[in-house]
Design a protein around this ligand. Structure first.
Ligand SMILES: [Zn+2]
Length: 195
């Protein structure tokens, strides 16, 4: 792993130990994961962090996962907010052309922020089990829950500030979500872009 200074044994790095278990990695494979702090993100990602205006996020750990160890399929990022950890697929993170155009990093950082500002870890967890909009109830509370509502709203606000139109945001989301999720996204986009 690339970290500054002398690498500590994995047992002294709880975030790595969790990560190894989470990804089901073999002993040697964890060494291929690069870790960095949010405040040290490369320049092209700094605007996403800064858009959240929160110094608490500086210490969030970003784990860049080699593609062959990635377990989340076509989803390029994930946050484990309770561990203050964000996972991102290496090829996605290092893309040269329009890196992270849809601002998933902002979304994941917003999850970490939401967790840090929650009354308790339980409160954050229970918000994932609630519907954000009762009138859009389906079988599942994903993504229609207050936790995703918070993260997507921050993400859409950032994209709007970057000059992305509502239509452009919808097109980008279409790569990752199904038709039935769009009433939820449209409600959030109404709040960010106006009806
Ligand atoms: Zn999310």
């Amino acid at each position: 792993m690339s970290m500054e200074g002398e690498p500590k044994p994995i047992e002294q790095q709880p975030e790595l130990k969790n990560l190894r278990e989470y990804l089901g990695l073999k002993e040697g494979d964890i060494e291929r994961v690069s870790l960095l702090k949010a405040k040290d993100l490369p320049g092209q990602y700094q605007a996403q962090r800064e858009s959240l205006h929160d110094e608490k996020l500086d210490g969030i750990t970003i784990a860049v996962i080699p593609d062959d160890l990635w377990i989340k399929g076509s989803q390029p990022s994930e946050s484990i907010a309770e561990n203050q950890l964000i996972l991102i697929k290496q090829s996605y993170f290092e893309a040269q052309e329009n890196p992270d155009e849809i601002a998933w990093l902002c979304h994941e950082l917003a999850h970490c922020q939401n967790f840090l500002d929650s009354e308790s870890p339980e409160a954050y967890q229970s918000n994932m089990q609630k519907f954000a909009f009762e009138d859009l109830k389906t079988e599942y509370t994903y993504p229609n829950n207050p936790v995703e509502q918070f993260a997507f709203t921050k993400q859409f606000q950032y994209l709007k500030e970057q000059g992305k139109s509502r239509e452009e945001v919808l097109t980008m989301l279409g790569k990752y979500y199904h038709e039935e999720d769009f009433p939820f996204f449209n409600k959030l986009l109404d709040s960010v872009y106006g009806k």
